[in-house]
Design a protein around this ligand. Structure first.
Ligand code: THU
Length: 128
């Protein structure tokens, strides 16, 4: 199964009764494993979490920490980009050249690197 297909499958499980905008995300790790996540909204709206955050949490819970590839999908007119906060979260675990494939449920895709999505990211080097 491709990474986008994994994201597409988990999207069905999203809990998005407030926005009605279901998102699925999948990350591949250096070890070759795939972790998936979907958005989980809450009646107290700011408590909701993004699909990317769920995938990263599953990866960390499994003891892994390096992503090599990302896929995100939603039923959107154009490929859905990670929100600003998720760009920083993805960059925590992925190098600048990691490719994020953004997709739509009807098959449009757009590829960008983490550096393109979050140029000049704040990282650990800034704290040396
Ligand atoms: N959302 C994600 O899960 N990932 C994205 O990349 C964009 C937005 C979610 C958050 C919220 O549950 C819904 O989409 C509408 O913003």
């Amino acid at each position: 199964m491709s990474l986008m297909d994994a994201a597409r499958a988990v999207r069905d499980n999203a809990h998005a009764p407030y926005s009605n905008f279901k998102v699925g995300a999948a990350v591949r790790t250096q070890a070759g494993d795939v972790f998936v996540g979907c958005n989980v909204e809450n009646v107290a709206y700011p408590e909701g979490t993004c699909a990317e955050a769920g995938a990263l949490a599953a990866m960390v819970a499994a003891g892994q920490g390096q992503i090599t590839e990302v896929a995100v999908i939603a039923d959107s007119p154009s490929p859905v980009p990670p929100c600003g906060g998720c760009r920083q979260k993805l960059r925590e675990f992925g190098a600048a050249d990691v490719v994020v494939t953004m997709g739509t449920t009807d098959g449009k895709t757009l590829e960008m690197t983490l550096e393109q999505l979050l140029p000049g990211a704040f990282d650990a080097s800034h704290m040396e």
